[in-house]
Unconditional design. Structure first.
Length: 53
């Protein structure tokens, strides 16, 4: 074990991998939801004309 500088924290690597898997699943669910129920584009509100007196 003369190469102690190349130690890998297995707990951190596992947490990162689990996070990536969860993120991938979240993106897939979000895409499926957007296809099923697309979000309406926000319509611009017309500017109100000043009232005549």
């Amino acid at each position: 074990m003369s190469q102690d500088t190349k130690l890998v924290d297995l707990g951190a690597e596992r947490a990162k991998r689990v996070h990536d898997l969860n993120e991938k699943r979240l993106i897939e669910v979000r895409n499926a939801f957007e296809q099923a129920m697309p979000l309406a584009k926000a319509a611009k509100k017309p500017k109100k004309k000043p009232k005549k007196r």
